[in-house]
Design a protein around this ligand. Structure first.
Ligand code: FAD
Length: 391
């Protein structure tokens, strides 16, 4: 067995000897207290599906053994899970209670805590990211103290903790407000970029979910819409259409490994920004065969969520793990900078605190709260110091 741990894409690797999997809160507290005594950094891992250096050779904590449903109240449509639960372990359990997540991203392999901590989102102009579905969070701070935050208990701290990259504490429980269980009808088709531009406003308006992948090799857009249907059984209509339970239709499989960068821009700049990146790829990076993904995301009120205070379009660029991505991603990032881009917290970017303050009105406030929660910086590795601290 390898003595190294690595993230999904293989871009981050660490010492497996320092990998801890507590089974309960007492064990977790013990790990944190030992780390505090030894002056070690502690970073939590969910499913390791982020592409950035979130981790450490000091202590990596996994909550894989703290998972499952804790309680569910069907009347208020609220359910509380242990934070190590994977998204794909929630769907069937919730369905049995007549409930579903309001929206999901492209995959369901992430842990609850990992998905919420980076603001993971799907598509849909009226739908916000996964942490927007939270109503309460329980965290363990670096000294072992447990705090439960909600809109009622302290709205500002809750808005900070919803997207916080593990920088405030280790999330141990999460309470969601859910939708009544629903079936989705998925439609797929291809069209030219010009056709996509002509149709896009109507598609955004008329569908619960719309997105496209632009294929640089063929200069074609692979379009997808999803809408709630009153049908009540899964069926494949043809190669391009199917009906199924929401938690089975929303996520897809991602067989091939890649690295990814993604930014959100104000919705009104989305198309222009996409066209600028398409031009960059056609003129300077014709060898990149991986697609651009274009999605919509409704505004929310979290302090450092990528859609904080603004309806957004998110655009992501990919490159296969066998090929270098650094120069390409940096040039894509420079285009995003022209459009007030905010990085996806789990995907490759080079933003530092001074860049982030320009695009997040409440960034400084988040840094103050982080400082109150973790004054010793127990949860800060060098990457996160660059994000949250003045250099
Ligand atoms: C194939 C693939 C597809 C993806 N699709 C999408 C998509 O459609 N939409 C989208 O928005 N993103 C997408 N992502 C990005 C992904 O959703 C995020 O990077 C997400 O954070 C990964 O969840 P994870 O459980 O793997 O968390 P990790 O990557 O392991 O961790 C992410 C962050 O959460 C923190 N964390 C984890 N557990 C805890 C905890 N218990 N307490 C406090 N902090 C914690 C970590 O310290 C880290 O800062 C995709 C990534 C991949 C590889």
């Amino acid at each position: 067995m390898s003595d190294r741990w690595n993230n999904w894409s293989g871009s981050q690797q660490h010492d497996l000897a320092r990998y801890e999997s507590p089974t309960d809160e007492e064990q977790l507290r013990g790990i944190l207290q030992t780390a505090q005594k030894n002056g070690q950094i502690v970073r939590t891992v969910g499913s390791g599906h982020s592409f950035v250096p979130f981790w450490t050779d000091d202590v990596i904590v996994s909550l894989d053994k703290m998972k499952g449903l804790i309680e569910c109240d069907e009347a208020s449509r609220r359910a509380t899970f242990w934070a190590g639960t994977k998204l794909h372990e929630m769907g069937g359990v919730l369905w049995d209670h007549g409930l579903s997540l309001e929206n999901m991203g492209d995959i369901d392999r992430q842990s609850i805590a990992g998905a919420i901590s980076t603001g993971t989102h799907g598509t849909g102009a009226t739908l916000s990211n996964i942490p927007s579905q939270l109503r309460a969070l329980t965290l363990m701070k670096a000294d072992g103290e447990i705090v439960t935050l909600s809109q009622q208990s302290d709205a500002e701290l809750f808005r900070a903790a919803q997207v916080s990259m593990g920088a405030l504490g280790i999330i141990i429980k999460a309470t969601f407000e859910l939708s009544p269980a629903y079936y989705l009808h998925e439609k797929n088709w291809s069209c030219s970029v010009e056709e996509c531009e002509r149709q896009r406003e109507a598609l955004i308006r008329d569908n619960r979910h719309w997105e496209f992948f632009w294929d640089p090799a063929r200069d074609v857009c692979a379009m997808k819409t999803l809408n709630i249907t009153q049908e009540s059984s899964a069926r494949r209509i043809n190669d391009m259409q199917e009906v199924g339970k929401s938690y089975q239709i929303l996520p897809s499989d991602r067989e091939h490994k890649f690295n990814e960068t993604e930014f959100s821009v104000p919705a009104e700049f989305g198309w222009e920004c996409f066209m600028a990146i398409r031009q960059l790829m056609q003129t300077k990076y014709p060898e990149v065969k991986w697609p651009l993904e274009y999605r919509t995301l409704a505004a929310d009120d979290m302090l450092i969520s990528s859609a904080s205070g603004r309806d957004s379009v998110t655009i992501s660029a990919h490159q296969g793990t066998k090929y270098p991505h650094e120069a390409f991603f940096l040039e894509v990032e420079n285009i995003f900078r022209r459009y007030q881009g905010r990085p996806h917290w789990g995907k490759v970017h080079s933003y530092k605190k001074q860049d982030l303050k320009k695009v997040y009105p409440e960034f400084e406030r988040f840094c103050q709260i982080r400082d109150q929660f973790d004054p010793e910086g127990r949860f800060l590795n060098p990457f996160l110091r660059g994000i949250f601290c003045d250099t």
